[in-house]
Every structure is written in structure tokens, then in C-alpha cells.
Design a protein around this ligand. Structure first.
Ligand SMILES: Nc1nc2c(ncn2[C@@H]2O[C@@H]3COP(=O)(O)O[C@H]4[C@@H](O)[C@H](n5cnc6c(=O)[nH]c(N)nc65)O[C@@H]4COP(=O)(O)O[C@H]3[C@H]2O)c(=O)[nH]1
Length: 955
């Protein structure tokens, strides 16, 4: 109720009452007024009518008596009457005969009267009826007059009439005023009553009403702590009390509602999910903080917005917008649960993966009731989504691994018993077993039946064990492929914990076909104990065997022999013919050795060209016998890739227990003996002796010292003259290497050249020698000496060096020495190692113009056949034959044979070791071409040799 309404009630109620009373008073006054006038009018009309009748009668009488005066008098007296205004007598001619207005007499009525009056007169005359009229208080009556003798009016048409007229207008007005005056007291009474009524209404109705209105206003303003302003037990007081009570009830209700609201708000704020409530039009009515946070809208901004504006979602996979869930709920009336892969596009650009659901809010919670709105609940599942994605990737990844893995993953269901049932196996089982996964799953027992019978107990034991174990176990067994062959498999298995209810367990296993691996392991094991090339046992296995053999010896007081066997000059073969040939030779030697040995003997290769042979239950005699046999049998040639290879071997022997009671010592001593055999000239065997220790140590010392000999100028060349037998002149000089060690003194080339060969230093030393010799030769030529050639020894390693020819060519060019001044000497044994290569190398050197000689001829096994092919110039008769040729017929025969052979081949001969005149004479007789020896000169320094040259030229 507003202020205006309040005003109206308080004003209008009295106003209506007043108006009502005024209306009633007016009606009363009007009625009274009207009645009085009507009474007055009626009385006047009756009076006038009666007067007219009386006058008509009087006039008829006067006229009947022709008493004009009487007639006039009758007319004139009318004026004396109250309200009289006019009286006229109109004759039948329409002439006023008598009138209250004397002037009118004898004048036509039409001149004096109003047409309405004339018409009234005519109607009365014509119809012989009394005519009356009453207008505005003017009363008229016209009465026809019947006359005994007709006056000479127009008898055809008219009769005489009288007209009387009164004017009661004033009296009527006065009467009305009087009537009103008579009602005034009533009006006053009414007014008093009205005021009283207003006062009563104000006191009884309006004031309480105003109080009620104020109460209502307070209620409207939500002021609920009200007091009843009205006393008593009136209806208003009751209503006021009701309002006060209602206020309290409302307060309680509102407080309750507010509390509910607060709780609801708190609940919404406490909910970890986003909550949005809409009305039935899909406009947002509530939104909780989580929803605000996820949508990026503040509560105040979001309230009243259409849901679509705030809750912008689309499909995570297709990125297509998703139908608004609230619209769906409003359309279907059903709860809508959206798919998980929905993405909420927040206002701030953030994107969240959400899961949500929407449900209708119904008027009374029944499916039929009207939908008041929709509640939408959603939560940020981005993390879970990511986890799910990760999980899916992991699952895919694992599936891929399982699919591509060559291993077979399986699951065994274990029921109490235990009873094992295959419940899962990966597809890779097909490749491994020849049967697909479906087969094994539908024939669970077939798996067990395919396990090798010998391995079944082991497999079953492992299955039982793994059920008790909380760690994985590994097992290996053989499994029969469907094609019948067995594969070796390795099974890594573990058991899931036992479930409490039914004792159900699972065993998860990964089976890998390790057949190849096992073969590889066998191979690795074999390789670990065998030499790859020759397949002979290696040193590790040999050590084992030696230990075993020694323990047997210990127990049965037996001996054993260890033979170290080294191929002589194998390095030369390897370098010259290549490793492939060298390897083939080693294999061939290994095969020959195996064939020569007993079953209980162990032949092993320890690397390079070294073999070790263990002879259990063998003493020194037995070992010597075996060594002899080996040296003999290995001397026979080997046919390797179209090469006929000849080898010799050096053998060192140690005997258990004399030479050592442990494997290391025996090995070391056999090795020492073998070196000794090499030093002693190869192609022989040596038993270990204690003296060898010192020799080997000495050799090691030399080896070390030799590395520095060249840089410390400990090496030098000496020259021994070579004499032409026919002329006695010095035709050449053999360059011989000398090593003057500061502490050890002069060391023989026969000692250090083999060491230089073994250590590879020979190439450096050999090149240095060539430089020195060629440079010296050049100096002799430059100093004007007779033509003298220089002979240089080549070791086997040097000779077989592929760069030898180019190296020599370079050095010759460096000193501008014509090639024919250089002679190269190779020993017969070097030449015979690989005849083909020797021929090739010699031909290359000869092609340069270099002279070539075969040293120590007669000590080796030169075949005449090959000798023919060697492009050599000279055979050097070994000094051993020369020394004894005067006493030993055999040696003399050999010297003869060599000289003859050389002559037949067109070669020169040079005898070494000519120490006496007798030697020289004998050789001259035998036809030897050149001589060399102490008889002429020992090897001397270059300067001394120059002096010799000078003397020789003088002589
Ligand atoms: N008892 C005796 N001996 C005589 C007589 N005339 C010479 N000799 C010695 O006999 C050896 C001849 O050299 P070889 O047969 O080539 O035998 C040489 C040769 O094979 C080797 N050799 C020496 N110098 C070199 C070298 O520069 N390079 C290579 N590869 N080997 C060398 O060392 C071996 C020994 O050389 P050397 O000790 O210098 O010993 C030399 C020489 O001094 C004699 O009338 N009586």
C-alpha cells in the first residue's frame, strides 16, 4: 500500500460518507421541493379550473341576460384573484369582448395573445372542450361558453370561449425555497451525523487501519520485531496481532530460509565440483566458486547470463561444440551425463577436461512436476584425463611391446590344489611354438605335455616354489615346437599374492626362446676355452687340464711334460703371404698336431705361432720322443692355397715335478726352454735347465738395450774385404754390423740380429745399415778408388718387407750410387721359406741392377729346382765347410759340389771363413771365384778399409 492509497482511504471514506449524505439530503430536499410545487400547481390548476367554470357560468348567465356589465364584471373580478394575470372573453369571431385588460376589448384575439394561447383557444372552441396548459408557472385554462342565442360570431367554426391565465411562477419558487428551508435542519443533522461518523470511522477504522498499514509497511520493510499498537480485542487489534505474529513467523521463516540459503551457499562453496544452477530458461541463477574458477566468470557476471555464454564446451576429440547439457535436460526432462572427453573453454582462454552431469530441478521432485531449473555439476578432470591418456599410452605401449616382443607373456590361474590353468598368452606364442594363442588357451594341458619330460619335474617344482615366493623366479626348460624340435626357453615368473576369499592366485610369466642364446653361450663358453682359429683348447683350458693332470700326478706319483712349441719364422710367412695363409698354416699345424697326439694329451694354442702340449703321465724320455716326432712330422711341407710351405719348430720342454710343482712355473720354464731352442738354431727341442734362466734374463736385457742402441750411436758398420781369386784385388766389402754396448761390451750380430727381428727393430736398423753402406761406397767411389761393391746382409723380416725394393731404390738415388755397386745377401734358409715370394722379390731387386748372393749356402735345404729360378749372382759357401774342407772330405766334397753347381748355373762362388793360405790355395784350385776371411782381413772400420783399398791398388 503506497502513500497515495493511504491518503485516499483516509480522505475518501469521509468524502464518500459526506457525499452520500449530501446526495440523500439533496434527494430529500428535491423531493420535498418538487412535491410542494406539484401540490401548489395542482391546487392552482384546480382553483383556476373551478374559477373558470364559475366564470363561464356567470358569463353565460350575464350573456344570456345580455348583461354586458355583468359579463364585464365577471371578467374584471378575476384580476382580484391571487396570481390572476389575464381573463378574456373571446367571442365566436375571435374578438375579445371582455378582458381584464380593458384596452384589449374588441380587439382581435390574434393581436393580443401569443400564438400558443390562440391555439389553445381555437382547440377549445373547435372541440368544445376545456383546454388547459401549465408552463413555467403560467397556468391557462380555456373553457367554451354555451350561449342560448348565438351571437353573431362565425357560427360555422367557432364558439365563444373564456381564457383565464394565472402566473404562479413566483409562488412556485417561493414554495421551493420554503421546502428547502424546511430541509436545512435535516441537512445540518446529516452533516453532524457525518462528522460524527467520520470521527467514529477515523477512531475505529482509519486509525487502526493506519496502524495496520504501518505494521504492513514494516513487514514490507522486513522489520519483523513488531509490537501490536492496538489495544483491546477488536478485529483490528486482532488483525494487528496477527500481523505481529505473522511478522515473527515470517522472521523465523526468513531466518530459516536465510540460514538455508547460507548453508546452501556454504555447501556450494564447499563443493569441490563446479556447480551452476539455471532457471527454466537456462539463465544462470547460482554459480559456485569452483565453477567461477573453471569458467573464468565471476559470480556477479555470471548470474543472469545464459548458460551457453558461461559454460562453453566442446568435444575433446573432434573439437566440435557439444550440445548444452542444460538445454538437453530442459528438452528431455532427464538427467544428462556427458562423456568424459568434454573440454571446457574458460573465459580466460584456459581449457579444462571436465566430466559433468546435469539434472532437472522439479517443483515437487516428481517426474511429472514442472521443471523449475537445472543443476549442472562438473569437475576438472584434466589431471585424470592426462593420467588416463598416459595410462592409455602406457597400455598401448605395453601392448605394442607385448605384440612385438619375441618373448611370450602368459598368465596361469591357480586354484587351490594347486590347479594351474592357462588363462592368457600373447600372440608371440605362435612364432615360438607353432600354435596360436587360441590353441593353447583352449588346450591348457597341452602346454605341460609339450615340456620335455626330463624338465617337467623342474617346471612343476618352480611353479610350486613361485607360489610361496614373493620374488620372481627364473627357470629354463625345453619345449617341443609343433614341428617336433625342442627349443630352449627361459621362463621368468612371479605369483600374484593370494586373495583372501577363494585362494585364487595368478602366475605371470615371460617365456623367451633362448635356443640361440644358449647356442651362443655354448659358443662363448667354447671360445672362452678354445682358440677361435684352430679350435684347440686355449691357455685357460690348458691351465685347468694342467691342474687336473698335476693332481693326478700327485696322487699316483707320476710325471707330466709340458711342451712349448713355436713355429720358426712364422712371422715371415704371415707378413709375406698374408694373414689368411698364416691362419691356414696354423690350422694345418694344429690338425697335424692333434693327429700326432694321444687322446689324453692336450694340444693348445696360446696365440700367434705358439702351441703348448700337455703330456700327462710322461717323463723326460717320453717328452723327448714326442718332441722328436713333432719336429720330424712338422718338417713335411704344408700345401696352403697353392703355396708349399716348409716350417721348422723349436720346442721347449719342462717336466713335472723336476722343473716346477705348479702350472705357472712349468709354463715359464717350458717357454724358456723353447727360446733356448730358438737361440740354439731352431728346428730342435730343449729341456729346461737352470742355466737357461740367466740366458733368458740376458736376452731380455739386450732386448731393452737394443731399443736405444741406434739413437745412442752404439751401432756401427765394419767392412770385410772380398777378394777376387784370379786377380787378388779387393772387389768388394761385406758390411757387418757392430754393437758396442757401454757395459756389455761388443755384442755379436748373431746375438742381437734375431732380437732385432723379433722386436721389429730390424727394419729401422736395416735401413740405417743400408744408408751407411751405400753412403760409404759412394765415398769410396768419389775418392777415386777402384770399383768396389758393398754387400749388405738382409734379415728375413727385411727381405720380406714389401717396401724393400722402393726403399733401396730411394737410398741408391739419394747417394747417386749405381745399383751394380750394391750386393744384397740373404741366407739360404730365408730364401727357402717361401720360394715363390723369394723369386719375386729377388727379381724386383735384380731388375734394379742390384747384385744378389745366397749366404751360408749348403746349410739349408735348397732345392736345385728352385735355385735355378733365383736371379742371383753369387753363392756364398758357408765358412763351416771352408774351415774343415782340408781335413774333412765331406766338407771338401760339398765345397766342390757347390762350386760345380754354381758354375753350372752360371753363378759366382764366394768362400767365407778363409783363414789360412792353405784355405785360399785349395779354393783357388777348386775354382772358387771370390774369397773372404781373416786370412785377408777381419772386418774393419771404413777408414781402415780405405787404407786397404789404397794398398790393394798399389800392389
Ligand atoms: N771365424 C771366422 N769368422 C769369419 C772369418 N771371416 C769372416 N768371419 C765372420 O763371419 C761372418 C760372416 O758374415 P755372415 O755369414 O753374413 O754372418 C753374419 C750375418 O749373418 C749377421 N750379420 C752381420 N751383420 C749384419 C747386418 O748388417 N745385417 C744382417 N742382417 N745380418 C748381419 O751376423 C753374422 C755374423 O757376423 P759377424 O759376427 O760379423 O761375423 C762375420 C764375420 O766376421 C774367418 O776367417 N774366420
Amino acid at each position: 500500500m503506497d502513500q497515495q492509497q493511504t491518503y485516499r482511504l483516509t480522505v475518501w471514506i469521509p468524502l464518500i460518507v459526506v457525499s452520500l449524505f449530501l446526495l440523500l439530503s439533496g434527494i430529500q430536499a428535491y423531493t420535498h421541493y418538487h412535491d410542494r410545487q406539484r401540490l401548489l400547481l395542482t391546487a392552482a390548476e384546480i382553483n383556476l379550473y373551478e374559477t373558470a367554470l364559475q366564470m363561464a357560468h356567470n358569463l353565460e348567465y350575464a350573456l344570456a341576460n345580455n348583461d354586458a356589465e355583468q359579463a364585464q364584471s365577471s371578467i374584471s373580478r378575476f384580476i382580484l384573484r391571487r396570481d390572476a394575470e389575464l381573463a378574456i372573453f373571446v367571442d365566436a369571431n375571435g374578438m375579445i369582448r371582455y378582458a381584464t385588460q380593458l384596452a384589449w376589448q374588441n380587439t382581435p384575439v390574434s393581436d393580443q395573445l401569443h400564438p400558443s394561447q390562440i391555439k389553445l383557444i381555437q382547440d377549445a372552441a373547435n372541440h368544445q372542450k376545456i383546454q388547459q396548459s401549465s408552463v413555467d408557472g403560467i397556468l391557462q385554462v380555456v373553457i367554451p361558453i354555451s350561449l342560448s342565442e348565438q351571437i353573431s360570431f362565425d357560427p360555422k367554426t367557432r364558439f365563444p370561449v373564456i381564457l383565464l391565465q394565472k402566473n404562479i411562477h413566483t409562488r412556485l419558487t417561493q414554495t421551493g425555497v420554503q421546502a428547502l428551508q424546511q430541509n436545512l435542519w435535516l441537512v445540518a443533522l446529516f452533516l453532524l451525523s457525518m462528522l460524527l461518523l467520520i470521527a467514529i470511522i477515523k477512531g475505529i477504522v482509519l486509525k487502526p487501519l493506519f496502524a495496520l498499514k504501518q505494521l504492513a509497511e514494516k513487514l514490507r520493510q522486513q522489520q519483523f520485531n513488531l509490537h501490536n499498537p492496538l489495544q483491546g480485542n477488536t478485529e483490528q487489534a486482532q488483525i494487528a496481532q496477527t500481523l505481529v505474529d505473522a511478522g515473527q513467523q515470517l522472521k523465523i521463516a526468513l531466518d530459516t530460509a536465510q540460514e538455508r540459503e547460507n548453508r546452501l551457499n556454504l555447501t556450494l562453496q564447499s563443493i569441490g565440483d563446479g556447480v551452476i544452477v539455471t532457471d527454466a530458461d537456462g539463465m544462470i541463477t547460482r554459480i559456485n566458486p569452483i565453477a567461477c574458477q573453471l569458467t573464468g566468470w565471476s559470480e556477479t557476471e555470471a548470474i543472469g547470463q545464459p548458460l551457453l555464454s558461461v559454460f562453453d564446451i566442446y568435444n575433446a576429440s573432434t573439437l566440435e561444440p557439444v550440445v548444452n547439457p542444460v538445454s538437453r535436460v530442459l528438452a528431455t526432462g532427464k538427467i544428462v551425463e556427458l562423456a568424459n572427453h568434454t573440454v571446457l573453454h574458460a573465459r580466460d582462454g584456459q581449457r579444462y577436461h571436465i566430466s559433468d552431469s546435469a539434472a532437472p530441478i522439479r517443483a515437487d521432485n516428481t517426474p511429472e512436476s514442472a521443471i523449475l531449473g537445472v543443476i549442472l555439476v562438473f569437475q576438472n578432470v584434466s589431471q585424470q584425463y592426462q593420467l588416463r591418456q598416459d595410462l592409455r599410452h602406457s597400455v598401448d605401449f605395453l601392448s605394442t611391446i607385448l605384440r612385438v616382443s619375441p618373448s611370450v607373456t602368459y598368465v596361469l590361474d591357480v586354484r587351490p590344489g594347486p590347479v594351474f590353468t592357462l588363462s592368457y598368452v600373447t600372440e608371440s606364442v605362435t612364432a615360438m611354438t607353432g600354435k596360436p594363442a587360441e590353441f593353447w588357451l583352449s588346450h591348457p594341458q597341452a602346454w605341460i605335455s609339450r615340456i620335455h619330460p626330463e624338465d617337467v619335474p623342474k617346471v612343476q617344482l618352480t611353479l610350486h616354489k613361485v607360489l610361496q615366493s614373493d620374488t620372481p623366479l627364473t627357470n629354463q626348460f625345453r619345449f617341443q615346437h609343433v614341428d617336433g624340435h625342442y627349443i630352449h626357453v627361459q621362463d621368468h615368473l612371479f605369483a600374484t599374492p593370494e586373495t583372501s576369499d577363494d585362494g585364487h592366485q595368478q602366475i605371470v610369466g615371460v617365456v623367451l626362446d633362448v635356443s640361440h642364446q644358449q647356442k651362443a653361450e655354448q659358443k662363448i663358453s667354447f671360445l672362452a676355452h678354445h682358440d677361435v682359429l684352430t679350435k684347440l683348447p686355449n691357455r685357460a683350458l690348458l691351465s685347468d687340464r694342467i691342474m687336473q693332470a698335476m693332481s693326478v700326478c700327485e696322487r699316483y706319483h707320476q710325471c707330466l711334460a709340458l711342451l712349448y712349441l713355436d713355429l720358426d719364422r712364422f712371422k715371415f710367412i704371415n707378413d709375406s703371404l698374408g694373414h689368411a695363409v698364416g691362419d691356414q698354416l696354423l690350422i694345418a699345424v694344429a690338425d697335424r698336431l692333434k693327429k700326432l697326439m694321444r687322446d689324453q694329451d692336450t694340444v693348445c694354442r696360446t696365440g700367434g705361432d705358439e702351441f703348448i702340449i700337455l703330456l700327462p703321465d710322461t717323463d723326460a724320455d717320453g717328452a723327448a720322443h714326442v718332441a722328436d716326432k713333432l719336429i720330424d712330422k712338422l718338417t713335411a711341407h704344408f700345401d696352403i692355397e697353392n703355396n708349399q710351405l716348409f716350417i721348422t719348430v723349436s720346442v721347449g720342454i719342462s717336466i713335472y715335478p723336476e722343473n716346477g710343482r705348479d702350472a705357472d712355473t712349468l709354463n715359464k720354464h717350458a717357454d724358456t726352454a723353447m727360446y733356448r731352442a730358438k737361440q740354439a738354431g731352431r728346428n730342435q727341442y730343449q729341456f729346461f735347465t737352470q742355466e737357461m734362466h740367466a740366458q733368458i734374463a740376458h736376452k731380455m736385457e739386450l732386448e731393452h738395450a737394443l731399443r736405444f742402441a741406434l739413437s745412442q750411436n752404439q751401432l756401427n758398420l765394419v767392412f770385410q774385404p772380398q777378394i777376387e781369386v784370379k786377380t787378388g784385388r779387393i772387389m768388394g766389402a761385406e758390411a757387418l754390423l757392430r754393437w758396442q754396448h757401454p757395459q756389455l761390451g761388443q755384442i755379436s750380430p748373431q746375438t742381437f740380429i734375431p732380437i732385432a727381428e723379433e722386436t721389429g727393430l730390424i727394419n729401422t736398423i736395416g735401413n740405417w745399415t743400408l744408408h751407411q753402406a751405400i753412403s760409404q761406397c759412394r765415398q769410396w767411389l768419389d775418392s777415386g778408388h777402384q770399383e768396389v761393391q758393398v754387400a749388405v746382409n738382409l734379415s728375413a723380416v727385411q727381405f720380406n718387407n714389401p717396401t724393400l725394393v722402393s726403399t733401396i731404390e730411394t737410398i741408391l738415388a739419394e747417394y747417386h750410387l749405381p745399383a751394380q755397386y750394391l750386393e744384397l745377401e740373404i741366407t739360404e734358409s730365408v730364401a727357402m721359406i717361401n720360394i715363390e715370394l723369394t723369386i719375386k722379390q729377388l727379381e724386383s731387386l735384380a731388375a734394379l741392377g742390384i747384385r744378389l748372393s745366397l749366404d751360408d749356402f749348403g746349410t739349408g735345404y735348397s732345392s736345385l729346382n728352385y735355385l735355378k729360378k733365383f736371379p742371383i749372382d753369387t753363392l756364398k759357401i758357408d765358412q763351416g765347410f771352408v774351415f774343415d774342407m782340408l781335413e774333412d772330405e765331406d766338407d771338401a766334397a760339398i765345397v766342390d759340389a757347390v762350386i760345380t753347381l754354381a758354375r753350372s748355373l752360371g753363378l759366382n762362388t764366394l768362400a767365407e771363413g778363409v783363414e789360412t793360405q792353405a784355405h785360399a790355395d785349395a779354393l783357388q784350385i777348386k775354382g772358387c771365384d771370390f774369397m773372404q776371411g781373416y786370412y785377408f782381413s777381419k772386418p774393419i772400420e771404413a777408414a781402415a778399409f780405405t787404407v786397404l783399398l789404397d794398398q790393394s791398388e798399389i800392389n
